[in-house]
Design a protein around this ligand. Sequence first.
Ligand code: TTP
Ligand code: MG
Length: 349
Amino acid sequence: MDKSIIHVDMDAFYASIEQRDNPRLKNKPIIVGGKPNSRGVVSTASYEARKYGVKSGISSALAKKLCPEAVFVPVNIRKYKEVSKKVRDIFKRYTDIIEILSIDEAFLDVTGKDPINISKNIKEDIKNELELTASVGISYNKFLAKLASDFDKPDGLTIIKKEDAMEFLKPLSIRKLWGVGPKTEHELNRLGIYTIGELQNYDEDVLVKKLGIRGKELIQFSRGIDNRKVEGKIKNQSIGEEETFPFDVGSMSFLYERLEEYSQNISYSLVYNGYLARTVTVKIKYEDFSLETRSITLNIPTDNSDILHKISIYILKNKFNITKKIRLLGLSVSNFIYPEDPVQLSFIP
Ligand code: TTP
Ligand code: MG
């Protein structure tokens, strides 16, 4: 039996929450992110601001130029996390097989149930209980469900049926394929492939010769084939930052500062993914290129940047014996859990 997969993605997530909570911002171009006169970036923008070309990732200074009348609102990540949790609680009413992709999107496997009805109910629950909108995609695999949710944003509900998948995919840019960024796009363009339709007809053996095993996966995606499961469990992975300095460093306070910045970025990624981390690792490469790593596993998993910063300084001070100058400093976290995982209970002292 074919699967029924739903992908839900909240619309302009941070911006919609801010507009909801401050009526003066409703229907206005607003930008959530750093201040325009700082080195900050745009986290997201309301749909009213997107008309001017404002989007996630551009500098706030550029955003201000593109849309001078936009209201800038600082990021309030705690608030968005709480809303994210409420959205997940809504999902749980409809299935146990949920894969969280980020703070505002998830896959649900509802095979054997009524995906259209469930999608309508989820959208309604989100609207009624949280005063927000979500876009939902339904299909028989993850790749197409995600593509579908993006098709009619905001407040969309798009279904891609198996018999329509090839036609649906044909005119789209290869950038719409899962995992195709600027680099792979360039490689494919060099082979004369610009649309998914062109890839559908490409000789698989030739592409595998050019791109390796990834070529096979891309051809499968282009033909609407994706056998990946909706996985509730987090795959074993780590999130980290490191930097090779332009000079060898002897100052501890310099290292503490670097760790503070790493901690903030890592905390941001953890929150975005909805994870808590249990293990914190500091990596050092000395001036003579020798490498050492030291870790601590926490009693209580965290996504908090102050805690990560304190722990990383503790590791640096107490678990290394630093006698040489430092060329590279890295910080990473691993051993993730979801906050709602029962395993966390055993960590509460
Ligand atoms: P997205 O779902 O990518 O964007 P969005 O919800 O704002 O808008 P859309 O309607 O197109 O889905 O990301 C979810 C949130 O994650 C977004 O509201 C802000 C945050 N975010 C960043 O902080 N930086 C980024 O570069 C991106 C892409 C998202
Ligand atoms: Mg979104």
